[in-house]
Design a protein around this ligand. Structure first.
Ligand code: PLP
Length: 534
């Protein structure tokens, strides 16, 4: 049964076509002032959330998605990992305006197959190795489904007590898996909140830290506020500072290099702070990263935290990608020193199988966050919140509306169990290690940074020390590899060098995909040699 072809079940005087979609006979003349009942011939009435239609079409959709995951593995030739379409490709394939009458789901899915799929870069392909993965799982998918089904908006406790309370509990669970200090738990002054993305997380803590310092030293000093991070820090930090009114010139992105594997040198931070203090600036924020976007570099939290504490600076830890690995005891050492941080963020949608988007953020002092973000419109007032007895997550984030994201995290944690999650992560790291071994054994290539997690940074080695030519060859190699559609890897720049990135994290990736990927890379590198481009 589909839109437009069933037998009607409507109760009004209408021509029914089933599934709650009916050809109505009355409603709207288009000239009203908005206070009249709208009448109009030929308006199609539909019931947007008919449970039987949902059941039937939900099954069709789940089958469609399950087939997609099957085909990604069985018929990879039909799914170029990096979409090969040209900009604007879709414009000519779709009508200029939305349809007036309903179409069938089958028609629509047919369009998805023929018109949308060519423009999909298949992040879920087992041969996807670009950026950091978009981590998915059946549990995460089901959680998203349940979330979409319930579609509650838990901005205050009252608007769905379970949404607020589950989030608090699940983030306490996750904090314990990460062995975060007790002050990040809901039982103390801190607590966790699920932000949509890492970008939102860093923004809210910059705002909280800014308001905290302005409260101490006076509102007029905004132009003197300075912030620190390494030059490897995610661009969202700069954006957050600019949104927060921090002057562009007061954003200190301290230089890193290969001598620290691109981690921030504590001495650089202390020197910059001393210099700024001497000039009358007010240092108030440092963003440390564990697992940078570019090369998964790690800033040393222990010494950085000591410096932050010494100068009363808010330290935020951005562990968007690598934080996930820290549920494994062997990787927990990378966040040693988090005890001195004021906030900590990781993206469970990057490597904890929690489907886009899910970005847990913990703060040491929830009142700082609330002070910066609380709003009190009368229409949201209710009795319990007046007593401050509950959490109102609207005051921990930018937007008012929020999704019930903790559902999927809860489902991931329950349906897999932490031991399985640790093993999934370890498997990815092992696959990355395998790739690293391939690279190391080939004299045409080199690994350029120490690998800590599941990202390998590598490149074709320079010939005769010519770095410019080397950059060009690596750029061309990347384009050649990705144009095959067989695998997708990405790139970065480190110390002026063009670097290839191979990041393992797609849930379907197995050893054979890594081996195949390496063969494709090698084959194209050899072609370069034969063509005399090397
Ligand atoms: N921080 C790091 C280290 C990242 O790698 C990323 C994204 O890759 C972000 C922040 C931004 O995360 P989001 O895309 O969730 O905003």
């Amino acid at each position: 049964m589909e839109f437009g072809n069933g037998n009607g079940t409507g109760t009004d005087n209408c021509n029914c076509n089933g599934n709650g979609i009916r050809n109505g006979n009355g409603i709207g003349n288009g000239n009203g002032n908005g206070n009249e009942k709208v009448k109009g011939a030929n308006v199609i009435k539909m019931k947007p959330m008919d449970s039987e239609l949902l059941r039937e079409q939900g099954h069709i959709m789940v089958d469609f998605i399950a087939d997609y995951y099957r085909d990604l593995q069985d018929s990879p030739q039909d799914f170029p990992v990096l979409s090969q379409v040209q900009p604007g490709y879709l414009r000519d394939m779709l009508p200029n305006s939305a349809p007036d009458q309903p179409e069938s789901l089958n028609e629509l899915l047919d369009d998805v197959t023929k018109k949308i799929m060519p423009g999909i870069t298949h992040w879920q392909s087992p041969s996807y190795f670009a950026y950091y993965a978009s981590s998915t799982s059946v549990a995460g998918f089901l959680g998203e489904m349940l979330n979409a089904g319930l579609s509650v908006v838990g901005f205050t406790w009252q608007t769905s007590p379970a949404a607020t309370e589950l989030e608090i509990i699940v983030l306490d669970w996750l904090a314990k898996l990460l062995q975060l200090p007790d002050h990040f738990l809901s039982t103390g002054h801190g607590g966790g909140v699920i932000q949509g993305t890492g970008c939102e997380a860093v923004l809210v803590v910059v705002l909280a830290a800014r308001d905290r310092i302005l409260k101490q030293v006076g509102k007029t000093v905004l132009p003197q506020l300075v912030v620190y991070a390494s030059d490897q820090t995610h661009s969202s930090f700069r954006k957050a500072c600019l949104i927060g009114g921090i002057h562009e010139d007061n954003i200190r992105l301290l230089r890193t290099d290969s001598s620290t594997n691109y981690g921030l040198l504590p001495e650089s931070l202390e020197e910059a702070i001393s210099h700024d203090l001497a000039k009358g600036f007010i240092p108030f924020f440092i963003c440390a990263t564990v697992g940078t976007t570019s090369s998964a570099a790690v800033d040393p939290l222990v010494p950085l935290g000591k410096i932050a504490k010494k100068y009363g600076i808010w330290m935020h830890v951005d562990a968007a990608y690598a934080g996930n690995a820290c549920i494994c005891p062997e990787y927990r050492k990378f966040i040693d020193g988090v005890e001195n941080a004021d906030s900590f963020n990781m993206n469970a949608h990057k490597w904890l199988f929690a489907n886009q988007t899910c970005s847990p953020l913990w703060v040491k002092d929830r009142y700082a966050l609330i002070a910066a973000l609380k709003t009190n419109p009368e229409y949201l007032e209710y009795k319990v919140s007046e007593k401050d007895a509950v959490v109102n997550y609207k005051d921990w984030q930018i937007s008012l509306s929020r999704r019930f994201r903790s559902l999927k995290l809860w489902m991931v944690l329950r349906l897999y169990g932490s031991e399985n999650l640790r093993n999934f992560i370890r498997e990815h790291v092992n696959l990355a290690k395998q790739f690293e071994d391939y690279v190391t054994q080939d004299p045409h290539f080199e690994v350029v940074t120490t690998r800590y997690f599941s990202l390998v940074c590598f490149r074709l080695v320079p010939v005769d020390g010519d770095e410019d030519k080397c950059n060009q060859r690596n750029r061309e190699l990347l384009a050649a590899i990705n144009s095959t559609g067989k695998i997708f890897i990405s790139h970065t720049a480190l110390s002026g060098q063009f670097i290839l990135r191979f990041a393992v994290g797609a849930p379907l990736t197995e050893e054979k995909h890594v081996t195949e990927a390496w063969q494709i890379i090698q084959k194209h590198a050899t072609k370069f040699n034969r063509n005399g481009n090397c």
